[in-house]
Design a protein around this ligand. Structure first.
Ligand code: UDP
Length: 611
């Protein structure tokens, strides 16, 4: 099938530049041999072709491909980058997110290292829990030596990532997770204070509910050796505070730590460098749709997908800004249509996908996880005249995400009727099985629903696809109204076109003002009316609390998790970071990531001896 005339894609110059640089097919001489239009058609055709396996006629498949083409070229919906890059091509790996298991033996550590390389080569990101590895200095019976511990193996994975570089498309991204009760937790928390180390990893501490209770009550808790399942005894040197060198647990004593001391250390490091983030592991597991297949131990690199071992998710995001009418209302009918079509698209991606590992193919077919998310949220708000940092925006976030989540599930139910539910449905939290669908008190976690997909909704960062769609990224506030963009090695002045239109309409536009806004990074200039300054808030005008509240509002109606950065001004204190972390836990978030302006460029805290 080859479409004769492809309708032109509605793309900004920046989007075309990015596509040309990184997405369009090249021949062996490095010449680009695709246009954005033929790229989108390649994707649309490949994904629509799956319908034929479920009985669609050639004509129906063609119609479906045209609808998919329209969604992507008009910026209503974009799948994650690997789908755009690889659909209809030999590699054929279409997913952004993977989690691989690491067990406490060298075979497992190096098998998974190999699998990480294969996934990075195909443009996917990988997450790992290092929690099963025995701690540093623990015994290795086969050699009578001592173990080097989770952080040293994370460093090995980091170096391998550096070497792979994802075949020139994108550098591998990783998430490293360690449980708060692992004996090496203090070393892990501080391992990125030197910002030149482990740079290909984001790190998060897996935080249990028991830990948070211990923080609240200022209690101690035990560090557990995963090899024995028993409390760890401090070795010859004792356990020292990694920054002050103070002996926290003397040699030969059971390792018990004050939860508050550990939490303080996390906060101090996050304040200094943005890491570690937190992964609220018990809460994530409460919403694990297939608990009979295993527990969540880790997430993908940006945190929006808690996944099982050998689990995968293909993502796609709807551009919310497109659904604001000229009258300043939301076009819910169109949004519903796009949600349904996008859900179908993502379900097809599962079947069109070529995974690098058999275990991943198997699990993806058994649970059929998809991640439909949103982008352009900040655009939607400014078009509706609602400030991001307002109760009205929080209420609308709930309303919009609830609608998308519900409609996506209606579409998944329709698919289940046509193609059957996901094979593990019966034992999932959506099925009739009473044991795994209920909490210990007997209440249902989710209502029984016959779904095609075990999870449907998420919120991804949409780093590149938001540029392709020409919208604000994910659920983040606007980064700036006008700024200098460094994308694909080119410097470009990027001005929000809605802002330009409003300025012209209201008669206060000038080129000079736009450049001044880009240079100063804010719109607080006398020419800009006060009401405009109130609505057009950017990331740094917004108090961290509103960032957290926004994340929590979206989380309420999202199956998986939310990728979001809680921005702090440079002068924010560690206590403000602590408040954000505690608020995220209280409001039901599944994790949190913070970033304090300018902190990575800073002189890092000096590290003392490690114990
Ligand atoms: N990701 C990755 N490498 C990257 C960027 C992203 O592996 O350089 C993965 C990672 O799992 C992330 C997911 O892709 O959570 C989605 O990221 P994003 O939405 O920014 O990707 P896009 O589709 O916009 O490229």
């Amino acid at each position: 099938m080859m479409k004769q005339e492809l309708a032109p894609a509605n793309l900004t110059d920046i989007a075309r530049t990015v596509l040309k640089k990184r997405y369009l097919l090249k021949n062996e001489h490095g010449d680009v041999i695709e246009t954005p239009e033929t790229m989108f058609w390649r994707v649309a055709e490949t994904i629509a072709a799956v319908d034929a396996r479920y009985g669609a006629s050639a004509e129906q498949v063609e119609e479906r491909a045209e609808r998919f083409y329209h969604l992507m070229t008009q910026g209503y919906f974009e799948p994650n980058s690997p789908t755009l890059m690889n659909a209809g091509r030999p590699l054929g790996q279409l997913s952004a997110c993977f989690v691989l298991p690491i067990d406490d033996n060298l075979t497992s550590i190096y098998e998974t290292l190999k699998h990480q390389a294969l996934i990075h080569q195909s443009g996917g990101g990988t997450g790992f829990s290092f929690s099963r590895l025995r701690p540093r200095n623990d015994v290795v019976r086969s050699t009578m030596g001592v173990a080097s511990g989770p952080v040293s193996f994370m460093d090995v994975y980091n170096h391998s990532t550096e070497a792979i570089k994802q075949g020139g498309t994108r550098r591998g991204a990783n998430m490293g997770i360690l449980r708060c009760d692992h004996p090496d937790i203090l070393e892990f928390i501080t391992c990125k204070l030197d910002t030149t180390k482990i740079t290909n990893f984001n790190i998060s501490v897996a935080i249990t509910d028991a830990f948070m209770r211990a923080v609240e009550r200022d209690e101690e808790y035990d560090l557990i050796n995963p090899r024995t399942g028993l409390g760890q005894i401090a070795s010859r040197d004792g356990l020292k505070h990694p920054l002050t060198g103070e002996v926290l647990v003397p040699a030969g004593q059971p390792m018990r730590l004050r939860a508050r001391m550990v939490f303080d250390l996390i906060v101090q490091c996050a304040h200094a460098t943005g890491e570690p983030g937190l992964f609220f592991i018990d809460r994530a597991n409460e919403y694990n749709p297939v608990p009979h297949l295993g527990e969540y131990e880790a997430t993908n690199p940006c945190g929006e997908q808690p996944l099982l071992a050998y689990d995968v998710c293909n993502l796609g995001s709807i551009n919310l800004g497109k659904f604001v009418t000229d009258a300043g209302t939301i076009d819910w009918e169109s949004l519903r249509d796009v949600v349904h079509e996008s859900t179908r698209f993502l379900d097809n991606v599962i079947d069109a996908n070529h995974y690098p590992l058999e275990q991943i193919t198997q699990l993806s077919q058994r649970i059929r996880r998809i991640g439909l998310g949103v982008m352009g949220w900040a655009d939607m708000l400014v078009r509706l005249g609602i400030p991001y940092n307002s109760a009205q925006a929080i209420d609308l976030a709930r309303q919009v995400m609830r609608f998308i989540d519900e409609e996506s599930k209606v579409a998944s139910e329709q698919l289940a009727r046509e193609r059957g539910p996901f094979p593990e449905w019966e034992y999932s939290i959506w099925g009739p099985d009473a044991t795994c669908a209920r909490r210990p008190d007997g209440s249902r976690i989710r209502p029984q629903r016959l779904l095609r997909n075990c999870n449907v909704t998420t919120v991804a960062p949409t780093g590149t696809i938001s540029i392709i769609a020409g919208c604000s990224s994910g659920i983040e506030p606007l980064f700036a109204i006008a700024f200098w963009r460094y994308q694909a090695d080119t410097r470009m002045l990027d001005i929000n076109q809605d802002f330009v239109a409003q300025a012209k309409r209201e008669g206060w536009y000038s080129d000079e003002l736009m450049e001044r806004i880009a240079d100063t990074g804010h719109i607080h200039h006398p020419e800009v009316p006060a009401s405009v300054q109130r609505v057009w808030v950017t990331a740094h005008d917004i108090a961290p609390e509103w960032h957290v509240r926004m994340q929590a509002a979206f989380q309420e109606y999202t199956d998986s998790a939310i990728s979001k950065t809680i921005n702090f001004p440079h002068e924010a204190t560690p206590d403000q970071v602590r408040e954000a972390y505690e608020l995220a836990f209280r409001l039901g978030c599944k994790g949190i990531t913070v970033y304090r302006d300018g902190s990575r460029a800073n002189q890092v805290l000096s590290t003392g001896s490690t114990g």
